[in-house]
Design a binder for this molecule. Structure first.
Ligand code: PLP
Length: 457
């Protein structure tokens, strides 16, 4: 395709790019500014999901662009087995200064799946270093998403994503996620429900033998699977206690929900727990460069230091200087402009707008979220919570209708194992104004109604 004369959309039979979707054409994005992206026809799209909860500062932020230009002029690439760089060191300092207690080091990678892979291998090697090599099992949760590389896919909790790639490379046992809307029984409180889930995890540990379990892996707030799953009070505290009792590492995946998205820099702050390893990505670089990281507790890093002195892992682009410069600029803007407080304040406004528009909507079963991270669970019938027939692909229809109406929302859905349903995720940039949020909700309401009508419902 000649990009100088790019058409507004590229049809699938006119592209050499191996797009993920091989049947549909795509609009050609040509520019981005603030809350909007523009395609080659000049049509604009209000970005209500930051792509996939990535663009926390919106598009084209002048200070991030300037920081990247300056870094490009100075140095773009220095392989990490030869050098460190000032920007990587500064970014690591900033991340540790703002990290939960005891975190001492940052392992840089290029994205979320790489961060999860690195955390899984770090856990494995940690137990080898401390003389417990028999610990080989991970426990993770159903209806979770941790990435698409083979290790991350194995811990991910959607059977339908894993199925065709079996056998996967590592041993994982899956337990129930914290999914209050569907799974809390009428006769239990939220706290009792959380205790029941912790008891289920405890049983899984006992079955495997606590001495054989490496780590429990969970998204602090579930994102890309079931429309923002927030934990009930006390759940993560119970999980943390159980891990401590058995010497099991707690790995929290904050690739999507972290870096301010839920109104605190790390979502685990709101749970009152500190993980042993934590993965971050998306909002770290805000989409300006591909970058992710694992934050590690000093105790874990200490075991490597006193043991082999080498983490048996690595990628060519670890700590890429331009990626670090972009992330450093993004994080400094967030700090300087008080954007975490803004996420909390605008988040409350978004919640109110969503309640107003959808609390009585016949196809919206649940509205849940934190900060600027919200999910709508779509149902064919509210009373029974029955999902739409997955063949209708309602989530995808909502996305298409939203795009037609100049709005980007993130759809999730489909299922083989009966536990996914249709969900719409909202994760607007932290710079969204109240007027932007009002516009987002209005366009979403129209898109949902058109999509539902298109299903014949
Ligand atoms: N972990 C979580 C919680 C995610 O939401 C994602 C992506 O959506 C990933 C890992 C994988 O990140 P990436 O797509 O950058 O590889």
């Amino acid at each position: 395709m000649n990009t100088l004369s790019s058409p507004a959309t590229v049809a699938q039979d006119a592209t050499h790019v191996f797009h993920r979707q091989l049947r549909h054409g795509l609009p050609v994005a040509v520019s981005g500014q603030g809350m909007t992206l523009t395609d080659a026809s000049g049509k604009t799209y209000l970005d209500a999901c930051g792509g996939a909860a990535v663009s926390c500062l919106g598009h084209g932020h002048p200070e991030v662009r300037a920081a990247m230009h300056a870094q490009i002029d100075r140095l773009t690439y220095a392989h990490t087995s030869f050098f460190t760089t000032g920007v990587a060191e500064e970014l690591a300092d900033l991340l540790i200064d703002t990290a939960p207690a005891g975190m001492s080091h940052v392992y840089f990678v290029s994205g979320g799946s790489e961060a999860v892979e690195a955390a899984l291998k770090m856990a494995r090697q940690y137990f080898v270093e401390i003389g417990q090599p028999q610990r080989r099992h991970f426990i993770a949760r159903r209806q979770s998403y941790h990435g698409n590389t083979l290790g991350a896919l194995a811990v991910g909790g959607n059977a339908w994503r894993r199925e065709q790639f079996q056998p996967l490379l590592i041993d994982v046992t899956h337990v129930a996620p914290c999914y209050e809307y569907r799974d809390r029984r009428a006769d239990e409180s939220a706290e009792q429900y959380g205790q029941r889930l912790v008891a289920e995890l405890s049983e899984a540990i006992e079955r495997l033998g606590p001495q054989n379990v490496m780590a429990f892996v969970a998204e602090t707030v579930g994102g890309a699977t079931a429309g923002v799953l927030t934990a009930v009070p006390g759940y993560f505290k119970g999980v943390r206690e159980l891990c401590d009792r058995h010497g099991i590492l707690l790995i929290l995946d904050e690739v999507m929900c972290g870096m301010g998205r839920t109104g605190t820099l790390h979502a685990c702050e709101q749970e009152g727990v500190v993980p042993d390893l934590m993965t971050i990505a998306k909002g770290l670089g805000g989409g300006y460069q591909p970058i992710g990281a694992v934050l590690a507790q000093g105790r874990v890093v200490g075991a490597f230091r006193q043991g082999s002195g080498l983490f048996q892992h690595g990628h060519t682009y670890l700590g890429h200087a331009v990626a670090c410069a972009a992330a450093l600029a993004v994080q400094r803007v967030i700090q300087r402009d008080g954007l975490l407080a803004q996420v909390r304040e605008r988040g409350a406004a978004l919640q109110a707008l969503l309640q107003q528009a959808f609390a009585g909507h016949p196809q919206v079963g649940d509205i849940r979220g934190r900060g600027l991270f919200w999910g709508l669970e779509l149902v064919a019938e509210r009373g029974s919570k029955r999902w739409f027939d997955p063949a209708l692909r309602l989530h995808a229809r909502v996305k298409s209708e939203a795009m037609a109406g100049g709005l980007m929302v993130y759809p999730m859905g489909g299922t083989v194992d009966g536990r996914c349903g249709d969900h719409i995720l909202l994760a607007p940039p932290f710079i969204a104004s109240e007027a932007d949020l009002g516009e987002i909700v209005e366009r979403l309401r129209a898109a949902l109604d058109r999509a539902v009508a298109g299903c014949g419902a």
